[in-house]
Design a protein around this ligand. Structure first.
Ligand SMILES: CC(C)(COP(=O)(O)OP(=O)(O)OC[C@H]1O[C@@H](n2cnc3c(N)ncnc32)[C@H](O)[C@@H]1OP(=O)(O)O)[C@@H](O)C(=O)NCCC(=O)NCCS
Length: 174
């Protein structure tokens, strides 16, 4: 399996991977493929952090990290949103999602980012090092259980002194 940056020729396949991955997923609204299309045109988009997993020339997975800010009364902090991560149903459960997550962490760290925020399943993401966001005084703008709002420090003390409300790119609300 190859993990690499997505390029223009991949857009159609990535659309289809996301659509199929979320088709029967819990808590999905089945519009995640359109969210990715909007985010590619956003100022929050970082080309290096839209990555695909490819097996024998076939795209089987995709992950996207985009810029967001964590904001309190006095300061704004740069961070990243992990959303969405998708693996074709017939390729799920064999570690591809995990590899994409770890590779995206590596790349994000190389680019100088210190943390990532996500909304996700409380049993899946902690194995990669995600912790509850409220532990850091970080809030996500969703009415969901606190255990689903998670963050990870990509470097030691990456969230030192960081707290406030997460502001997602506006494309998340469209
Ligand atoms: C979530 C997803 C990306 C994980 O990719 P994957 O390649 O199947 O995951 P891995 O093989 O690395 O890990 C498998 C583990 O993840 C767990 N897992 C997979 N999807 C999960 C989900 N939605 N919620 C909770 N756990 C999940 C499996 O139960 C398995 O756990 P185990 O190791 O304890 O048996 C993939 O299942 C998928 O595309 N799901 C549909 C889309 C989705 O829900 N995306 C996440 C929201 S952004």
């Amino acid at each position: 399996m190859i993990l690499r940056q997505e390029n223009k020729n991949d857009h159609k396949d990535v659309f289809s991977v996301i659509e199929k991955a979320f088709k029967d997923a819990e808590f999905a609204d089945n519009t995640e493929q359109f969210l990715v299309e909007r985010l590619r045109k956003s100022v929050a988009f970082i080309p290096e952090l839209s990555m695909v997993a490819e097996i024998d020339g076939k795209i089987v997975g995709h992950i996207l990290l985009t810029k967001l800010i964590i904001k309190n009364k006095s300061t704004e902090f740069d961070s990243l949103a992990l959303a969405p991560v998708s693996v074709l149903p017939e390729f799920q459960g064999i570690g591809i999602g995990g590899k994409l997550i770890l590779e995206s962490h590596k790349k994000a760290k190389e680019l100088g980012y210190k943390s990532i925020v996500l909304l996700g399943h409380e049993n899946y993401y902690p194995r990669f090092g995600y912790e509850r966001a409220d532990k850091y005084g970080i809030e996500l703008p969703f009415e969901v259980p606190k255990e689903n709002c998670m963050v990870i420090e990509l470097v030691e003390n990456g969230l030192n002194g960081v707290n406030g409300m997460v502001e997602y790119p506006k494309e998340f609300n469209e």
